[in-house]
Design a binder for this molecule. Structure first.
Ligand code: UGA
Length: 432
């Protein structure tokens, strides 16, 4: 099939690359000329395991193309996948301006009877809105399908190729079947729904997972208070198939470009329809307070933070990505800076992005060794594999004081115990 993908962010690029990998002819469109130039050379704008090799392979095979021209990209496409960003606007609602522009671009160059697929995360009712924009700008016939995306950053390719489910929402059976056909080579279970349910499935899924994280974080805080161990508690809970083991890792809160924005957008939608979804308000407020946890623990330990030197390991919102959006490291840096502490941070890939967000209120190291030198404490903020493998005896030897605050419970307890000098403060379980 001839497919056009509008927008080469995480979702658009992963989708385009994977659909070309399974045999379709894909052209990705983006307004950013520099990005398109680099993509044509096989250079990915994002750090995503496995993406670049598929990019190179399918570009070389002539199955994957990139362009800034909407005309070139759209005029032959039988399926147009819109995957532009829907960032958060000031009132918490999803900002649909990129989507509206995409709808206008589509209407200008649409091939008659093309299927327009909305993959961007959009509030309930948006597919109908986009349909009306396109219909107002062209007389050509077209069909609409809602097809939300569930991939995670850091495992985008794996999640796309081996998804748990594909949701196809349409009031047009023929269009829905064609999209099902497009995905057939992936061999993933498909669920057909109406458009509004498909839109809601995306938000409900993200809001549920975010709530699961806030719930386990509150349980972790309670575990600390009563002397229980969150690892055992989460394990015991997760063994119940109705609860499930995933997303029960307590820590310093969820971040990224999706959960924070989508929970707020769903809350905003609920408000618009007069529904008081107070559970989501708590999910958000627990997450905000959880991001401050390591600083609170440091304050309890040191009484005051002025002049203290903190080595911060990890900047990105989670491992295997250079994405800094809504990363807990931003809040932690700000609080420590305000308290007069010195922070020297290291991240395997996110440092350049972090500099743009956090700026020079903290220092940036090029290695763990540089970050920990003479530090009063180490803050483990993102659970990169590299940090789990650290030689803790050596690490603490380089520090001024052997104190570790582990915001992700990612260091093995037996390794901690093997170094008798370490003072270790995890989340939701007893300190060592
Ligand atoms: C999330 C969803 O998992 C995807 O299904 C969805 O497609 C995507 O949002 C999106 O809407 O585009 P992502 O934001 O890439 O994916 O990352 P996750 O792996 O879900 O992690 C989100 C945050 O939750 C991270 O900050 C992570 O550290 C945190 N988390 C995750 C926890 O604190 N505990 C857990 O047990 C799991």
């Amino acid at each position: 099939m001839r497919i056009a993908v509008l927008g080469t962010g995480y979702v658009g690029l992963s989708t385009g690359v994977c659909l070309s990998e399974v045999g379709h002819h894909v052209i990705c469109i983006d307004v950013d000329q520099q990005k398109i130039n680099r993509l044509r050379q096989g250079i990915s704008p994002i750090y995503e395991p496995g993406l670049e090799s598929l990019l190179l392979k399918n570009t070389a095979a002539g199955k994957l193309h990139f362009t800034t021209s909407h005309q070139e990209g759209l005029e032959k496409a039988e399926i147009i996948i819109i995957a532009v960003g829907t960032p958060q606007s000031n009132d918490g609602a999803a900002d649909l301006s990129y989507l509206v522009q995409a709808a206008k671009d589509v209407s200008a160059h649409l091939k008659p009877d093309a299927i327009v697929v909305i993959k961007s995360t959009v509030p309930v009712g948006t597919n109908d809105y986009v349909r009306s924009i396109i219909a107002n700008h062209t007389k050509k016939p077209f069909k609409m399908v809602s097809n939300p995306e569930f991939l995670r950053q850091g495992s985008a390719i794996k999640d796309t190729m081996k998804a748990d489910r594909i949701i196809i929402g349409s009031e047009d059976n023929e269009a829905a079947l064609k999209i099902q056909e497009m995905y057939r080579p992936l061999n993933v279970p498909v669920l057909m729904t109406n458009v509004k349910s498909a839109e809601m499935i995306k938000y409900a899924s993200n809001a549920f997972l975010a709530t699961k994280i806030s719930f386990i974080n509150e349980i972790a805080n309670l575990c600390e208070a009563v002397g229980a161990n969150i690892i055992d508690v989460a394990n015991g809970m997760g063994k119940d198939k109705r609860i499930g083991e995933a997303f029960l890792q307590a820590g310093i809160g969820y971040g990224g470009s999706c959960f924070p924005k989508d929970v707020k957008a769903l809350l905003h939608t609920a408000g618009q329809y007069g529904v008081d979804f107070s559970l989501l308000k708590e999910t958000i407020s627990i997450n905000e307070s959880q991001r401050q946890l390591l600083v609170k623990k440091a304050l309890e330990r040191f009484q005051q933070l002025k002049g203290k030197k903190f080595a911060m390991l990890g900047l990105s919102f989670k491992p295997d990505t250079d994405d800094m959006r809504e990363a807990p490291s931003i809040v932690i840096s700000r609080l420590l800076h305000q308290a007069g502490a010195e922070v020297i941070a290291y991240d395997p890939v996110a440092t350049e992005n972090a500099k743009k967000v956090i700026g020079n209120t903290i220092q940036y190291a090029e290695s763990v060794e540089e970050a920990i030198k003479n530090a009063d404490a180490l803050l483990l903020v993102t659970e990169w594999e590299e940090f789990k493998k650290l030689d803790l005896a050596e690490v603490t030897k380089q520090m001024k004081q052997p104190i570790i605050f582990d915001g992700r419970n990612s260091l093995a307890e037996d390794k901690i115990r093997a170094c008798s000098k370490i003072e270790y403060y995890p989340v939701g379980k007893p300190s060592i």
